[in-house]
Write a protein that binds this ligand. Structure first.
Ligand code: NAP
Length: 327
């Protein structure tokens, strides 16, 4: 699979990575065997970047990654996140002591001395301009507890703020056919600063596979049920912030634009891969079929000009008003 340099980390990573929130929780149950199969299938298919976080299943996603890697000779780049264990969830919690404790826990969960990448996990906005936080992360790099750090952001504004700090190696942001604002300023600025972009929620939590209809329901322990209106965390993380019925109708049009010969999910991922500035796209997957379907995006041809303009029309007509000025 195509590999690209991941910003200032010095690592090359596959253009299709694997998001592993599903292997922790909040997406209905994924049992141990399925999680191991998903990880193996991704690595076997050439995925060299895994995205996880200390809070996915309270460490379960990180631990499953550690277990999966024990039996393998290859070693992917593992990007984890820290910061959402803050309790209460406020900027004052991002002390050197707390950051160190969270990061040490991830080192234990993942079974490594040095974490490849720690991303600040969508903290309160003030944290992105808190020099003390960056000083702590710089010290942790010096001590080789982490090899590099980056940020995961909700808004373009937060990403632009983080870019002012030279130690930031990567930015993770929601980017998909239904979330285009990062294309305007954030991706060009990141590119100029040699900062890698991890594009998350690329399928709008599954909407952009075209497989749901207005009557689709999700289990009680799935955020697509319990966070529909942002009850538990930023609503932008659920269906990319697009109201479900509106997203279903727009995804139907996306599927038509993709045509019968290309699965809509792979088509949607190819769109992300080809945006200038994107390093890697990190779709989440609950099973092996999904992993393989997503990896196939790496070998698809770029979208045609008419497909690109049709997608832009769908965005402008159906989606823009719901998301563009919000994140
Ligand atoms: N704040 C943050 O930093 C943050 C927030 C969100 C996500 N993330 C990261 O980004 C990753 C990706 O985002 P996401 O998982 O939220 O959303 P996503 O990748 O847009 O959607 C994942 C869902 O799409 C469906 N799917 C995936 N591949 C498919 C395929 N080939 N065919 C059919 N359906 C497919 C599955 O839905 P079903 O379950 O219905 O099968 C899957 O659960 C996460 O795993 C996580 O690592 C980070």
């Amino acid at each position: 699979m195509e590999q690209r340099p991941l910003g200032k980390t010095g690592a090359d990573v596959s253009v299709v990575g694997l998001g592993t929130w599903q292997l922790g929780g909040d997406w209905g149950d994924v049992d141990d065997d399925s999680a191991a199969e998903v990880l193996d299938a991704a690595l076997d298919a050439g995925v060299t970047l895994l995205d996880t976080a200390d809070v996915y299943g309270d460490g379960r996603s990180e631990e499953r990654i550690r277990k999966a890697l024990v039996t393998r000779s290859d070693r992917p780049f593992v990007a984890t996140k820290a910061g959402r264990r803050a309790d209460p969830f406020e900027a004052g919690q991002y002390t050197p002591e707390n950051l160190r404790a969270w990061i040490d826990r991830s080192r234990r969960n993942l079974g490594v001395d040095t974490l490849d990448l720690v991303q600040l996990h969508c903290p309160p906005p003030a944290v992105y301009s808190d020099q003390r936080v960056y000083d702590t992360l710089d010290a942790l790099v010096q001590e080789q507890a982490i090899a590099a750090y980056g940020v995961s952001v909700e808004t373009v504004e937060e990403g632009l703020t983080a870019l002012q700090h030279p130690g930031v190696a990567t930015i993770q942001v929601i980017l998909n056919i239904f979330r285009r604002k990062p294309l305007e300023e954030l991706l060009p600025a990141a590119r100029r600063a040699d900062v890698g972009i991890l594009a998350r929620v690329p399928l709008a939590s599954g909407l952009l596979t075209g497989k749901y209809d207005e009557s689709t329901t999700f289990p009680a322990d799935d955020h697509r049920n319990f966070n529909r209106n942002g009850e538990a965390f930023d609503v932008g993380e659920t269906f990319a912030g697009v109201p479900f019925e509106i997203g279903v109708a727009a995804a139907r049009e996306v599927a038509e634009i993709a045509g019968d010969s290309v699965p809509t999910a792979a088509f949607a991922l190819r769109w992300v891969i080809d945006q200038p500035g994107v390093t890697t796209v990190i779709p989440g997957a609950r099973n092996v079929t999904q992993v393989r379907g997503n990896v196939a995006a790496a070998s698809l041809a770029p979208l045609s000009d008419s497909q690109l303009s049709d997608l832009e029309r769908v965005y402008d007509e159906r989606i823009r008003a719901h998301v563009h000025d919000r994140w």
